[in-house]
Design a protein around this ligand. Structure first.
Ligand code: ZN
Length: 433
């Protein structure tokens, strides 16, 4: 397996939730010499510096400053959260007290059937009392702990004819036969007193390790490829970019799968606030900051739907995208994707110069497509923007599949974007140095 694929699979395995995704990102950033800024403290920034800031411990923005001033910001974004099941505080006994089941609700739009009969575990964050303080503690049980058992076909003859799965009744994970209480086990694993765990954001996750497969290793499959594949690419690029003239910034947001409308989501002031603080720390006036924003460029990266091998009719036959045919540029007539001729033209020029293949995605015109980070982020920081991603199958399944060569294209394309000297020369007119 190529080193890059192994790095991605390690990143995914270490990132069962957005909290862990952010912690994995911070670990990589620190190793690459980035230092932490706190939103709650004043910033002083040095030319050539590498910095990151977190919000809610589940979103991260990392950026670097050129040695000699800058004209604008070149921004990439991806998301760290994935559809799954979130634990409610209290589980329940079922079947005369024999089985201990957990009560969950769906986070985002998961494909429920894909979560049945798999090794599942629990991760998230705990809020723990420490004297007079209440502190967050990252938690990952890190072992096979739960299963959501299918009802056998003998009692469910219509199972292959499309039977609805209700979260409240069909998706409860089985925890124990011994009457054990998961709160006590979580506390024991965390090394905390059960009474000191005041609250928690805990999620069920799929423990299956990812794999590269196919006769020529052409596929990569794993949980949470959407969107950890792009999140990993964004991170690699901001760490690896060498020559850049503008400020490369990488945003890893939480809560894309539930609409991004939280304090740490793309539809918050997080990016806007970070960019404004970079300008202030650099001694820029408000006027100069506005000019920098006008000349800035953003790539919002979230995976895209490849043509499905068993259901090609769901794709637009002329404008579908394929595994291993390069970075996907996403378009939609209603502009739920931000790409337009201007941003797509600039992005194609950057990728063309770097030898990175690009393919265009349009929805089947009778199908309502998804939406993603770009247009929400754009409400707060209205910069020229393109929506991109990597083609994949089974989006929002517990086990997703993409093309292994596309990861290489995305890292190369993102890095080339940061290293391209993008200069706005007139409204919609760009020079690429
Ligand atoms: Zn996504």
């Amino acid at each position: 397996m190529e080193k890059l694929h192994q790095q991605l699979l390690d990143f995914i395995a270490a990132s069962p939730t957005a909290f862990h995704g952010a912690a994995s990102a911070v670990r990589l950033l620190k190793e690459a010499g980035f230092s932490e800024l706190k939103e709650s403290e004043p910033w002083s920034l040095a030319p050539g510096g590498r910095y990151y800031v977190t919000r809610n411990l589940s979103s991260v923005i990392a950026f670097r400053l050129p040695e000699k001033g800058y004209r604008a910001f070149q921004i990439t974004a991806a998301h760290l959260d994935s559809p799954c099941y979130k634990l409610k505080a209290n589980g329940m006994a079922a079947c005369g007290g024999k089985y201990q089941m957990l009560d969950t609700e769906m986070y985002g739009g998961a494909i429920s059937a894909s979560w049945m009969d798999r090794p599942l575990s629990v991760a998230g964050r705990l809020m723990v009392r420490d004297g007079n303080a209440v502190k967050p503690l990252l938690f990952d049980a890190g072992k096979d702990m739960l299963v959501i058992p299918n009802l056998c076909i003998h009692f469910n003859r219509g199972v292959n004819d499309g039977k609805p799965l209700r979260v409240q009744s069909d998706m409860r994970p089985l925890y124990s036969l011994s009457g054990g209480d998961i709160k006590e086990e979580v506390a024991a694993i965390a090394g905390a007193e059960p009474g000191d765990i005041l609250s928690a954001d805990l999620y069920v996750y799929n423990r299956m390790p990812g794999a590269v497969w196919g006769p020529e290793g052409e596929f990569i499959s794993a949980p949470r490829l959407d969107d950890l594949e792009c999140a990993f690419s964004v991170l690699r690029a901001v760490m690896d970019a060498e020559a850049f003239t503008n400020v490369p910034a990488a945003c890893l947001f939480d809560n894309e799968e539930v609409g991004s409308g939280t304090r740490q989501g793309a539809d918050s002031d997080f990016l806007e606030s970070v960019l404004a603080r970079i300008s202030r720390a650099a001694g820029r006036t408000e006027e100069e900051h506005a000019a920098a924003l006008a000349g800035s460029f953003m790539l919002s990266a979230d995976n895209a739907h490849a043509v499905h091998p068993n259901h090609p009719e769901t794709a637009d036959q002329q404008n579908g995208v394929w595994l291993n045919e390069g970075i996907v540029l996403k378009f939609s007539g209603n502009q739920r994707y931000t790409s337009d001729a201007v941003s797509a033209g600039v992005f194609r020029a950057v990728c063309g110069a770097a030898g990175v293949p690009v393919q265009a995605f349009y929805n089947h015109s009778d199908v309502q497509g998804g939406s993603t980070l770009g247009h929400l982020s754009g409400r707060h920081v209205s910069v020229t923007s393109a929506d991109i991603g990597l083609a994949q199958l089974a989006m929002h399944s517990a086990w997703e599949t993409a093309g292994s060569r596309d990861l290489v294209s995305m890292v190369k394309g993102m890095t080339a974007f940061y290293e391209a000297d993008l200069r706005l020369e007139g409204d919609c007119s760009w020079r690429i140095g």
